[in-house]
Design a protein around this ligand. Structure first.
Ligand code: BG6
Length: 516
């Protein structure tokens, strides 16, 4: 049937879409998706709502089939009920019965373990049926939202059952969630495994930070303007701080997090990707090849600064007051080993050996149960070489800062000294503030909406390649090995800004972390 459709209509070309005109809606062509691990947290909270939001915005093909695969003994209506609850709880856009109805008609569930030959054969039959019933034309994305221990079984089964092989004019893609390994060695093995079944151009590794509007805005800010580039280098920048602070704790996430820790959870991926976007050179264009080439170049030049005992810090939260809520310590959280050495706070100092950045430290930090939720990148500038102001007139002036606020309050701040009104020449810091919500009426889509749509459209710019993943581990591995050999993490009470060792990391150079 699929071949027949292709023969009648040729490969599907979206009539609305001139590939050069990015203003037109980007609508996915005939296709469907299978989610492995559909009963997990990520699918329930993010993937299913994002798929509904895409359907609601008219960006999915009308018959889009969605197949869940898992151990539960569910029929179609059980699966529909489950997805409906997830969508009602998590969707960004309003719930519309007609949209829901159309999407729900294409939902199916296949029961099986990840190593079950028969169940994968059933899956293959189901997809073939759906191709003719729903017009998915043999184009399928397989979303692996499962722990990496199962990647091997799923990939092997996709290959054995023939699901990984596309027929003529069809495509098969695999979307992979982190963690991509535990270190460089395991990441390489994982990549080899995936690449033995899917060629690299069919592999879409999710780093959901790259789907955030504000993260993509780093590219717009740097490369659409003339204002910033001249000062975006070691002549003017003193240091860069990349912060991803969260106020939530880890209750309920022990299974994933214990033994993983903050550095593997978010520095290896989200924060190192932010560093790459902030520090890379201008790509020739924004095609995946060019963008990835620049990111790879800067990652190759990035190293952890030694000695690691002084340039890194890690911590684990203990009980404490977070606002008006009393929070448990990590080791009292359900499911965590009472002797757990897993870090919930990690900070490190990286350097980039390039003409642009030599000598500029990049300080990265992340933590759970910190003072507030904020992700930002701050470029802190050197002092002006000369100040013709009278003694004492600049006591309220710090260094100039450009802050890219990734979330919340998405936007950008420029902080600089200004004259205080009055007869004396007194200088004080002020903020110039650009806020997305004030400047634009459009609401930002969720990162997963953007990334799922891009994967269906075969637009790979926002997906890290295997080389980027392995390079990120190469940067982080020496720090992880050093920590593994050097006792427990320090402690910090919930609701504070991390362990004192993190403050010392900067204060020994006369610097301080921002308190956003
Ligand atoms: C995930 C991490 O990748 O990102 C979580 O595994 C973290 O630990 C989450 O809480 C934060 O995402 P966001 O989009 O809320 O900043």
């Amino acid at each position: 049937m699929t071949d027949q459709l292709q023969q009648q209509h040729g490969p599907w070309i979206n009539p609305l879409r001139d590939p050069n005109d990015k203003r037109l809606p980007r609508i996915a062509g005939p296709s469907g998706m299978v989610i492995f691990g559909v009963t997990g947290d990520l699918a329930r909270k993010k993937l299913l709502p994002a798929i509904y939001d895409l359907a609601n915005r008219g960006l999915l093909p009308a018959g889009f089939p969605l197949v869940g695969y898992g151990r539960r003994d569910w029929d179609q209506s059980d699966f529909q009920d489950y997805v409906r609850k997830a969508v009602e709880a998590g969707a960004r856009t309003e719930f519309r019965e007609n949209v829901w109805h159309r999407l729900a008609e294409g939902m199916h569930f296949v029961t099986g373990n990840f190593d079950d030959d028969q169940a994968f054969d059933n899956l293959a039959n189901k997809l073939e049926e759906l191709d003719s019933e729903r017009g998915s034309a043999g184009n399928w994305a397989f979303y692996l939202s499962v722990p990496p221990d199962f990647f091997s079984d799923v990939c092997h089964q996709l290959q054995r059952s023939g699901l990984a092989q596309a027929g003529p004019q069809q495509w098969r893609r695999v979307i992979v969630e982190k963690p991509f390994g535990h270190n460089q060695e395991t990441a390489t093995k994982l990549n080899e495994l995936i690449n033995s079944v899917f060629e690299e151009k069919s592999v879409f590794r999710i780093d959901h930070y790259l789907g955030k509007e504000t993260v993509q805005n780093i590219l717009a800010l740097r490369f659409a303007n003339q204002l910033f580039d001249p000062m975006w280098n070691s002549h003017y920048v003193d240091h860069v701080q990349i912060t991803m602070a969260e106020d939530i704790g880890l209750g309920g996430r022990a299974g994933y997090y214990d033994g993983i820790g903050a550095a593997r959870d978010v520095i290896q991926n989200h924060l190192i990707q932010l560093l790459a976007l902030v520090a890379m050179e201008e790509p020739i264009d924004f095609t995946p090849e060019q963008l990835q080439a620049e990111k790879i170049k800067v990652l190759k030049a990035t190293r952890a600064v030694e000695p690691l005992a002084k340039t890194t810090a890690r911590g684990q939260y203990t009980s404490g007051w977070q606002g008006s809520e009393f929070a448990k310590g990590l080791r009292e959280e359900e499911g965590f080993d009472p002797d757990s050495t897993t870090e919930t706070y990690a900070a490190c100092t990286l350097e980039i050996n390039s003409r642009r950045w030599a000598g500029v430290p990049f300080y990265l930090r992340t933590g759970k149960r910190l003072g507030r939720r904020v992700t930002e990148i701050a470029l802190v500038f050197k002092d002006a070489p000369h100040q013709p102001f009278p003694e004492g007139s600049r006591h309220a002036q710090g260094q100039n800062v450009v802050v890219i606020r990734v979330q919340p309050d998405e936007g950008m701040i420029m902080r600089f000294g200004s004259k205080v009104p009055g007869s004396a020449m007194e200088v004080r810091d002020v903020n110039m503030d650009f806020s997305y919500s004030e400047a634009f009426t459009e609401e930002s889509p969720e990162a997963y909406e953007r990334l799922i749509l891009d994967a269906l459209l075969d637009e790979a710019s926002l997906f890290p390649t295997n080389e980027e993943v392995e390079l990120s581990w190469q940067i982080l591995d020496p720090i992880l090995e050093f920590w593994a050999e050097n006792g427990r993490p320090d402690e910090y009470p919930a609701g504070t800004w991390g362990p004192e060792s993190a403050d010392r990391m900067l204060s020994r150079f006369g610097r301080a972390w921002r308190r956003p």
